[in-house]
Design a binder for this molecule. Structure first.
Ligand code: UD1
Ligand code: M6R
Length: 365
């Protein structure tokens, strides 16, 4: 079943050009997107006072990546909830809310308990899941199957990118009545249709990421700084590294750097800075300068051709990725970090598909 691959995680990373294609199949039209499962609910979602994204782990991170474009295309405020934290706080959920539950398996206990809670409180409940027939799919009012194909590796990879794409289509569908954003929507639709080929392109970094992994093999920790569209990329890249490579790693909001994390910077601690082209680019350039002036050991992810723009001194290691529509950049930017986590795990001699202490789904017993 693994074919020519050594591990499921590796196979699933390399499958992404295909899984992204199947997520969009039959749903992308020149004029807009067609999500069969949401047709009858789009108007209700449009009228909602708030969208609440709810999930755990990687699925939460996918929702975080979707938040900026959901707000931009719909104008509806979006709040984020880690399922267990919503339950711990018994946080307010109202009838006027649309609660979007994101779960690869559709069986995660905390996510399902949060769903019961939101149903009791009268919210419209929408599912984003990879598993047809799952409890999440059955108990939500409506939703989108991401159709990424079965994911076996405990570390979620192809489901993450397909979840973001499914939520991009959701945002396009909900925002499709807004004339002022029509050109923007068309640009995003065209960006979506190029994503599979962009994913194939970025997968060519495999050997580079293996080499980078070999230079990080003995590090105790790895920081990942992102912001804007790529704050989620920082959290998700760090989650991959900690869960499979068993290395301490933290994703951080670059805008918070001076409020604490800067104290950690020295010439030994490796730091990945995500600085691909978008409205936050110049802010990331200045973050890089500040880290370099403290002798930070930097690995910068930038758009193709931007190596000297992000690191004029040439003292950083640079990962150049294809430039895509800014809000879809997280789909591409996570792929080198998935490859890095994979190779770090193999080189450090750990079990890739069955990380210590973890299970694929944390189901209710
Ligand atoms: C559906 C078919 C697909 C077919 C296509 C043809 C299924 C599962 N899907 O896809 O095989 O090719 O029509 O037009 O038969 N749902 C939830 N919660 C969730 C996810 C989905 O309630 O978390 C519901 C949806 O609202 C919808 C149904 O499940 O009623 C199927 O969803 P989805 O597979 O995304 O719909 P289509 O893309 O239309
Ligand atoms: O099946 P779900 O998407 O609900 O799972 C949620 C998390 O348990 C899951 O994403 C977990 O964080 C993964 N091991 C991450 O790779």
């Amino acid at each position: 079943k693994k074919g020519s691959y050594d591990h499921f995680m590796q196979k699933e990373i390399h499958e992404q050009p295909h899984s992204l294609t199947t997520t969009m199949r039959g749903r992308l039209k020149d004029s807009g997107v067609l999500l069969g499962g949401l047709k009858e609910h789009i108007k209700t979602i449009r009228r909602s006072r708030r969208v609440v994204f709810i999930g755990c782990g990687t699925s939460y991170n996918a929702a975080l990546a979707a938040r900026p474009f959901m707000e931009e295309l719909t104008g509806i405020p979006v709040t984020m909830e880690v399922a267990s934290d919503l339950l711990d706080r018994q946080g307010p959920i109202y009838r006027e809310d649309t609660a979007v539950f994101v779960s690869q398996s559709g069986e995660t206990a905390d996510t399902l308990l949060a769903l019961d809670y939101a149903l009791e409180n009268g919210a419209l409940c929408v599912g984003i899941t990879n598993t047809v027939g799952s409890t999440l799919s059955r108990r939500t009012h409506c939703g989108v199957h991401i159709n990424a194909g079965c994911e076996i590796g405990v570390a979620s990879t192809k489901a993450y990118t397909s979840q973001i794409v499914a939520m991009a289509m959701l945002a396009l569908a909900v925002g499709s009545d807004q004339i002022s954003t029509q050109a923007r929507r068309e640009a995003i639709i065209s960006g979506l249709s190029s994503l599979p080929s962009n994913a194939s392109e970025v997968l060519k970094l495999d050997a580079d990421m293996k080499e980078l992994a070999s230079s990080l093999i003995d590090s105790e920790s790895l920081l990942v700084f992102g912001r804007g569209y790529n704050y989620a990329t920082a959290l998700e890249g760090a989650l991959k590294v900690k869960e499979v490579a068993l290395m301490h790693s933290e994703g951080m909001l670059a805008g918070e750097m001076k409020h604490g994390p800067l104290a950690l910077v020295d010439e030994n601690l490796p730091i990945i800075v995500i600085a691909t082209r978008d409205a936050c680019f110049s802010k990331q350039q200045s973050v890089i300068q500040q880290l370099l002036s403290r002798k930070g050991r930097l690995i910068v992810m930038c758009s193709e051709g931007d190596a000297s723009a992000v690191c004029p001194s040439g003292s950083c290691r640079v990962i150049e990725v294809p430039d895509v529509a800014d809000c879809l950049q997280p789909v591409i930017n996570i792929i080198p970090l998935q490859l890095l986590a994979y190779h770090l795990t193999v080189l450090r001699g750990f079990d890739v598909d069955q990380p210590r202490n973890l299970a694929k789904s944390l189901i209710q017993h």
